[in-house]
Design a binder for this molecule. Structure first.
Ligand code: PHE
Length: 347
């Protein structure tokens, strides 16, 4: 074959396969044409093999021509392939009846548990009042839960009826209050100090609308020079007003806890009624007890190596669930623990 014939054949191959490419209606037909032209034994591949029989001068002309043609055909196959893929996708979409303009399926978003919501609001107010976070263990040594807090061995709180002791671990209890953090913190840190310590506590209580064997408290402790009951009263009043708004009312009653002297109990005006019975939450008294508090007993300070002649302090321990119930308008403490989504989703 001479160069002229070779060029004619090339032109014929190009024309033939461009025609086939244009006519190909699906991917299989197109692929067959590609193999027939550019495959190992394809028409163009065979023609390119003839190049070796030409003279150097002829090769200079034929070589670039052949390459050009090959690239041309390859590009034509590729572009047709993309056209076919797009067409097939469109055809499939037509058939499947999907409306791409519809909004997507909603993703279920989680949120905080109501108890956490309430707890966060309480610690937010306390931190504005200058309290910093301190943590303590829930499984505690008796000495931190009781002895260092001036709670003697014969105190009823230390009875098997009231406290969970741990089988096989003498001297260990599930803490009955967050006051263990007071002594643990004062053991390591010297005054002035001002801490809040939220956490779980455990008592052998029955379950009813306002009691649970597991509940939460927030301990507060402020020790410095000249801390008095006036500081306690103004800080707790500020806390309740910060939580419930300016019209919140607080009442202090004398009470007794071995680790404070004097001791008080603090009630908050019931938000559910005006003291009119019957109100299940405050039992018609108009007030709900929210916390125990008092001036830290000198013996407790001595137990942790702080001189009560120089320093004094106040402490309080408040019930998180009770405050949360008033804050979120929940009348039964069990709502916090039963995980009924119909209730939890309201917050
Ligand atoms: N720990 C006491 C209780 O759980 C509350 C309290 C804390 C009282 C701090 C006085 C001071 O009942």
């Amino acid at each position: 074959m001479n160069l002229t014939e070779w060029k004619q054949k090339c032109a014929a191959v190009e024309a033939e396969y461009k025609k086939q490419i244009a006519a190909a209606a699906d991917a299989d037909v197109l692929e067959a044409a590609r193999v027939a032209s550019l495959g190992r034994k394809g028409a163009l591949t065979e023609l390119l093999k003839n190049l070796k029989d030409f003279s150097i001068e002829e090769k200079k002309e034929a070589g670039p021509l052949g390459n050009e043609l090959k690239k041309n055909l390859e590009a034509a196959f590729e572009s047709k392939e993309m056209t076919l893929v797009a067409a097939k996708l469109n055809a499939d979409l037509e058939k499947t009846n999907i409306d791409l303009t519809l909004p997507g399926a909603p993703v279920a978003a989680g949120h905080y548990h109501p108890l956490t919501i309430a707890l966060n609001r309480m610690t937010a107010v306390l931190s504005k009042l200058g309290f910093v976070w301190a943590d303590g263990p829930q499984i505690e040594e008796e000495k931190y839960n009781f002895d260092y807090l001036n709670i003697p061995a014969h105190h009823p709180a230390r009875d098997m009826q009231d406290t969970f002791f741990i089988a096989g671990k003498p001297g260990m209890v599930l803490r009955t209050h967050t006051s263990n953090v007071q002594v643990r913190y004062m053991e390591k840190n010297k005054p002035p100090l001002r801490i809040m310590s939220p956490g779980r506590v455990f008592r052998k209580d029955d379950i009813d609308a306002s009691h649970s064997p597991v509940f939460n408290q927030i301990e507060g402790l402020y020790v410095d020079k000249n801390v008095s009951l006036a500081d306690l009263k103004s800080d707790l009043t500020a806390f309740m007003k910060g939580l419930f708004g300016a019209k919140a009312e607080v009442r202090f009653r004398p009470s007794y806890f071995p680790f404070v002297e004097p001791g008080v109990e603090v009630d908050v005006k019931c938000v559910f009624c005006d003291g009119k019975s019957p109100c299940a939450f405050c039992k018609g008294t108009g007030w709900k007890e929210m916390l125990g508090a008092g001036i830290v007993h000198p013996q407790v300070l001595r137990n942790v190596g702080i001189d009560p002649e120089v320093y004094s302090g106040y402490a309080f321990g408040m019930g998180v669930e009770r405050l949360a119930m008033m804050l979120l308008n929940i009348k039964d403490i069990r709502a916090f623990y039963e995980n009924d989504l119909r209730i939890l989703r309201q917050f």
